[in-house]
Design a protein around this ligand. Structure first.
Ligand code: ADP
Ligand code: ZN
Ligand code: ZN
Length: 746
């Protein structure tokens, strides 16, 4: 008997199947998916791998499997890993890794952390750079490599845990620190915010007519064990969660399990408590805040079948659940369901696969559905279920638009319009709270010379540097490069330097100037740290009744704030100006969600949206809070310009250390694409290679080739052929990344 084995490594050269004989004593035990040890390479050191296939014989096998270890995969998961590697153009091991319990290379943390404060180890360099240093031999020590490999998956690990897991001494970690690969940060060990606790139990509510219809449709599939896909489309507060709860209950009654994905940022204790109140402790919450030990425990609990309900962010889709009765993806439009890291998977694809395998329904929920999803309800691929009213009969807030061009004409150059100012004043007087929302993307402060137009850019990234007032520094948000602020133009020596754009800091200052007495709290990338989580900032805002919360998109989701009656959007345009065909969709989604923060209970809410483009359809329809009208306009635009859902966009990114290399490889890939796709050229548009919108990051040159076509089996095969040939060429210092319908096209 022979097994084909995938080696436990992300190196491209090891992305193939190696054959091994199975010793007689293991023949009856070994299964596909098993984690095994095998002698490998020079010196035949034992390496870990996974059984990929089982066969009678092989002429390549010449060594024997050494042992079978615990914590392997199921056969079904192994098949999924194989499928994913093909669809997302990555190594099979990259996919296996997503499905493994964390920290499992045989050493499980037995001695759980007891100290309250300790050193946590974080990576101090980019994963890409570290991989390069390992590949080209800058880092040789296997112990150091083990530490880095582990941190790549689990950044921020308690130092004594890391010693045990990677099986290294503290000296090894200190060496890595000295060489700037990692840094240590003293932190108190956070209590698991989702530690299961006793919550007073509640019982199910009587469903409204609309909820009942939605429930019945999906429940039929649970009862009959049939796959189907549904979109539950309903405004915030329309009672979607109550429908989820009752469907999960129905699946549990049939002795099945349930998975619910939510965006990481919506995964709040409040939300989890609703599930605890209904179901008690048969829940596992998978969250990035869990310690490795806690995550390992959760995995084991799920595997043993003790957890019936899994709630988690994107990666929870890979929890080792069996016998799934329903899978729910809440806020299905959220970008975070598509991974930006290898493997660049979309959790919705994986969810569909799991539901089909388990004969279970897939339920997507949103107040502002993804345009692609809604289109699928029109073509009949997905069944549409609607909740049109708020369940507790609170009204949707009124939304007013303020035209900033008029404001400017009136001579008001401040970030706050006259109308918004008046409303804030009134709100403070009435002891109500206000949220001010500033979309940071493409909207931070930068410095420019008024005389010659010089702007300060990062020397590594060709990106405009952001001004940080509290430290008087200019900083690159891509690579962290930092330099002193300039007062004299380096080009023309003019002293006429101006600050453009406005960040949350500046907004807070303006507010303090206008309303010296008010209390404010700010939430953005600068104030949210590991210690000061967005959760804590929001709790503080709520509990201490702070007058004004100022924040970026982070404020959009999660909490209910009963006392918030006013939401101000400082500049709705900032998300319109990003170079992306989804700019309109993003703007509509953000504005609708921000609006949803106002007046959620019995107090009426008001939303003020300031904009320079008041006639833009996504702003106009966000004002009306009318998704249907927005969708009608958006879908016509998509069709006219041939964008998804009418095609898929496949992005080939080529990154290299020198411009010559990046151009050479881009041209090579382009020529190969032309050749490979010749037979189907009518259905594919291949754009010529061009520099990416951000053409240099961290001293790497970045080029792009875009393909528009229908992503199908045929295309997948062709692209895999090209990639295979590409790796044979063995280009040094060049990276090729293929991403289908990428989130980020910069
Ligand atoms: P969504 O998930 O769509 O935002 P929720 O399920 O959170 O909506 O419901 C909003 C509020 O309405 C919650 O306070 C919830 O308890 C309440 N609610 C939901 N369904 C009902 C119902 N059938 N009867 C009474 N109250 C309900
Ligand atoms: Zn100048
Ligand atoms: Zn930079």
């Amino acid at each position: 008997m022979v097994v084909g084995v995938i080696i436990n490594s992300t190196a491209k050269v090891l992305n193939k199947v190696f054959d091994y004989f199975v010793p007689e004593k293991l023949e009856k035990l070994i299964k596909i998916g098993d984690r095994i040890k095998i002698p490998f390479g020079k010196g035949e050191a034992l390496k870990e791998g996974f059984v990929f296939e089982i066969k009678e014989e092989s002429k390549f096998a010449n060594k024997y499997v050494y042992s079978i270890e615990k914590d392997g995969l199921s056969e079904e998961r192994m098949i999924l890993a194989k499928l994913m590697a093909r669809m997302y153009f990555c190594n099979i091991f990259d996919c296996i890794k997503l499905m493994l319990p964390p920290g499992t290379t045989t050493n499980i943390i037995e001695n759980r952390v007891k100290d309250k404060v300790g050193n946590f180890v974080y990576l101090n360099k980019d994963v890409e750079d570290i991989e390069e240093d390992i590949e080209n031999g800058t880092i040789k020590s296997p112990k150091q490599i083990r530490v880095l490999e582990f941190l790549k998956e689990n950044d921020g690990v308690f130092i004594s845990d890391l010693e045990i897991i990677a099986d290294v001494s503290r000296a090894i970690i200190k060496t890595l620190e000295k060489n700037n690969y990692v840094y240590l940060a003293e932190e108190s060990i956070e209590r698991n915010p989702f530690a299961l606790k006793e919550v007073p139990r509640d019982s199910k509510l009587e469903l409204t007519y609309e909820q009942q219809i939605a429930f019945n449709e999906v429940n039929k599939k649970i009862e009959n064990s049939k796959f189907d896909e549904f979109l539950l489309y309903g405004v915030t507060g329309s009672g979607k969660t109550e429908v989820y709860l009752q469907l999960i209950e129905s699946a549990l009654k049939k002795e099945k399990t349930a998975i619910m994905l939510v965006p990481e940022i919506s995964l709040t204790p409040q939300m989890v408590n609703r599930f605890l109140a209904r179901f008690g402790n048969c829940i596992s919450v998978l969250h990035s805040k869990l310690s490795i030990g806690e995550r390992y425990d959760a995995f084991q609990k799920i595997k043993k079948g003790e957890s019936k309900i899994i709630i988690g962010a994107r990666s929870a889709i890979f929890a080792p659940t069996e016998n799934v009765g329903i899978l729910i993806i809440d806020e299905e439009h959220d970008m975070s369901y598509k991974s930006d890291m290898t493997p660049k998977y979309n959790a919705k694809d994986i969810a569909r696969y799991i539901c089909k395998k388990n004969n279970a329904p897939l339920l997507l929920g949103s107040a502002t559905p993804d345009v692609n999803t809604f289109h699928n309800t029109e073509t009949g691929k997905i069944k549409l279920l609607k909740l049109t009213k708020r369940a507790n009969n609170s009204n949707l807030p009124s939304v007013e638009i303020v035209d900033l061009r008029e404001e400017l004409a009136k001579g008001n150059k401040s970030m706050i319009s006259e109308r918004l100012k008046n409303y804030i004043e009134e709100n403070i007087k009435n002891k109500r709270q206000t949220i001010l929302f500033l979309n940071r993307r493409g909207f931070s402060t930068f410095v420019m010379c008024r005389d010659c137009g010089f702007t300060a850019k990062c020397k590594n990234c060709n990106i405009t540097l952001t001004y940080h007032k509290n430290r008087n520094k200019l900083k690159c948000h891509y690579c962290g490069f930092e330099t002193n602020n300039i007062t004299t133009c380096p080009v023309c020596k003019s002293k006429n330097i101006k600050y453009f754009g406005a960040g949350t800091q500046k907004l807070e200052e303006e507010i303090k100037k206008i309303f010296p007495e008010v209390t404010t709290i700010r939430m953005d990338v600068d104030t949210v740290t590991k210690k000061n989580s967005h959760e804590q900032i929001l709790e503080k805002f709520k509990n201490e009744n702070i007058d004004i919360l100022i924040g970026t998109q982070m404020v959009v989701k999660g909490h209910h704030f009963p006392n918030v009656t006013l939401v101000g959007v400082i500049a709705a345009d900032s998300s319109l100006n990003i170079e992306d065909y989804r700019a309109g969709e993003r703007t509509f989604q953000i504005l609708t969600q921000v609006a949803g923060r106002a007046g959620r209970e019995n107090l009426p809410g008001k939303v003020v949206v300031q904009t320079y483009n008041k006639d833009n359809y996504s702003i106009e329809y966000a004002k009306k809070q009318n998704y249907d009208l927005f969708y009608r306009s958006e879908i016509i635009m998509r069709k006219t310009l041939n964008y998804p859902p009418f095609c898929d966009i496949i992005q080939f990114s080529i990154n290299a250390k020198t411009e010559i290399e990046v151009i050479k490889v881009s041209k090579y890939i382009y020529a190969e694409l032309k050749k490979e796709f010749k037979s189907i050229k009518n259905n594919v548009i291949i754009y010529e290679p061009v520099p990416a919108p951000i053409d240099r990051i961290k001293n790497k040159y970045r080029w792009r080739i875009l393909l528009k076509c229908r992503f199908n089996n045929n295309i997948i095969n062709m692209i895999n052929n090209i990639i295979e040939e590409y790796y044979k060429k063995n280009y040094k210092n060049v990276r090729l990344i293929v991403d289908v319908n990428p989130n980020n096209m910069m």
